[in-house]
Design a protein around this ligand. Sequence first.
Ligand SMILES: [Zn+2]
Length: 228
Amino acid sequence: MREARKIARSEGRRLQEASSEARMEAERKRLERLLAAALTAMGLEKLLRRIAAIARNISLNEWLRIVRSTLGVELDRSYYSPSFYEPVVTRWEAETRKKLNGYPAFLAAGIATAVLNARDPQRVLEIVDGRCLAVKRAMASTASSQTGTIHAGLLKLTQTDAGVNTYIWSTMQDSRVRDGHRALEGQECSWDDPPDTGTGNYHPGEEHNCRCTAIPVFDRDTLSLPVI
Ligand SMILES: [Zn+2]
């Protein structure tokens, strides 16, 4: 983000010095391109892969633990390879990339408007800094809510692969749990048919900042586990 800020500051100046509207538009496009390149250089792809790897690891450990404590069996860890998780991870990466990729254009447009409205160079720099900070916060919030959605996706994949068709909705049971989720506490839900949470049909963890989880209901008739 430091690099993006540097670009925004120097390019903001170029925008301010543009002599015509056509020139300004060209400068705005240039700024957008440079910001997009800076975002790539920030290691967005590496960051996505790292978040996915951490989420896979947490999800797998939790799964092995719950199977061990409920069924008393040890699962073959190697069955849950990166390629097992691939469908969920690829979809999640594409979705997150799409959300984060909109920010350079958003920042460039905001800076262009600021330059148009403030002719004082010092004021323009202040506005550029303010916009960079706002975008940085928005990106961090997007990244954090996306972390929740990957956990939800991995949970569903792991359980349905094992032949688990239903789960018990489990909340954190504290005052922060939203009403619609509190109403689902302890209820048996189907992976095929997400329950109505009051704002739509969702599984645990799919809604923004939801901390709920799904406790698998093991059915010996459908169960299929990579037992060692
Ligand atoms: Zn919840």
